[in-house]
Design a protein around this ligand. Structure first.
Ligand code: C5P
Length: 222
């Protein structure tokens, strides 16, 4: 059977990574979390104590970052220069800074190159903000997932709390809204639905319901 390329975009907390990971598992495809890649670069920037205003230095770090994604025991692990940073990249300080790093064109260029290499063999589910529009414009299936800001904030809060990361729900809602605004308004590769993407509003939908909708699209295209 033909190996498809599936692009899933949408704002923070819309359920992209949960859904994309399950779809990849069911199809035995590779799941690529591009948000994790921008988070890894951001962690590197924070650790080096570089200001996000120093575009040159941040761009250099992005080019020097060796980022690999591995699937271990049913979970994606993220490695930065050989170190497992899967937990560290989810910390609130990284979340607060990541959209500032992600708007730098040279950072995006470096990530785009890596992402296309990762998808080259097909059989991938890639999620992010610009996958259907910039990274994989010829993807077989494009999905744009969204949900109300309240629901998205609640989901992220539950996810973080279950990992022992304490954060105020209102604060989280503000951070997500701010990140969405920056992601939508940036000049390079803004968050936008590709004209040929299927829009799914996940508010009130179960994870399995969304997974089934995407699998149905895959059946139709194969
Ligand atoms: O998906 P996640 O919420 O972890 O992404 C973190 C941030 O990385 C986003 O808010 C966005 O600024 C950036 N990002 C991006 N392009 C992508 C994926 C993520 O700009 N394809």
């Amino acid at each position: 059977m033909r190996k498809l390329v599936i692009a899933i975009d949408g704002p923070a907390g819309a359920g992209k990574s949960t859904v994309a990971q399950i779809v990849a598992e069911r199809l035995e495809y590779t799941y690529i979390d591009t948000g994790a890649m921008y988070r890894a670069v951001t962690l590197f920037v924070l650790r080096k104590n570089i200001s996000v205003c120093d575009v040159e230095a941040v761009s250099r770090l992005a080019r020097e970052s060796e980022i690999t994604l591995a699937y271990e025991k049913g979970k994606t692990r993220v490695y930065l220069n050989g170190e497992d940073v899967s937990e560290a990249i989810r910390m609130p300080e990284v979340s607060r800074m990541v959209s500032h790093v992600a708007l730098i064109p040279a950072v995006r260029q470096a990530m785009l190159k890596l992402q296309r290499q990762m998808a080259a063999r097909g059989g991938v589910v890639m999620d992010g903000r610009d996958i259907g529009t910039q990274v994989l414009p010829n993807a077989d299936i494009k999905v744009f997932l969204t949900a109300s800001i309240e629901e998205r904030a609640k989901r992220r809060w539950q996810e973080l709390t279950s990992k022992g990361i304490a954060i105020d729900l209102e604060e989280l809602k503000e951070e997500i809204a701010c990140r969405d605004r920056m992601d939508c308004e940036r000049e390079t590769a803004p968050l936008i639905k590709a004209p040929d993407a299927v829009l799914i509003d996940t508010t009130g939908l179960s994870i399995e319901g969304v997974v089934q909708e995407i699998l149905k699209l895959c059946e139709e295209r194969r």
